[in-house]
Write a protein of this length. Sequence first.
Length: 190
Amino acid sequence: MGRHKQFVPEDVVDCVMDVFWNNGYAATSPRALADAAGIGVSSLYNAFGSKHDLFLRVLRRYAANELAHQIRLLDEPGPVRERIRRLLEAVAGRECPHRRGWLAVNTAVELGGRDESVACLVQAMFEVLEHALCQAIEEGRRSGELTAGGDPAATAAVVLATISGLGVLAGMDAWPERVDAVIRTTVANL
């Protein structure tokens, strides 16, 4: 009888996250996922259920790690403009050698209108980030760093829309100068 390979589920989720992030959901095969994790396809299915179940777990892990990192950038001490600039740069892939966009945005574009469970997870990520942006903008307005005009919630929504657009542009990796211009203009307009 063959011996079953032992693995840590969270490590598998981290490995396959990169595959989904690089290829998208539809273009990712179970074989590619199993190969990335270093386990067999049957072991992958036995441990995680379907490809869809695994993808939902990847999105939750992404929220717990990447989104949490983005929120921490907004919570750091220092000028609000600088914190928002660092967030925009992170989403645009400045911290990552492979510009592949923001997984939440990529997923929203690919599956958002066709998969309710995925759409709910992505929407929740957007809402968390928008709330954190709103708090940072309110802080900047209270301190006098940011202009007092306009609704902070509406401004946060505009920055979130910019983040979504940056995720798409950065994923294409076609116009780094355009990405830089979007970041500079967004921060200047706060």
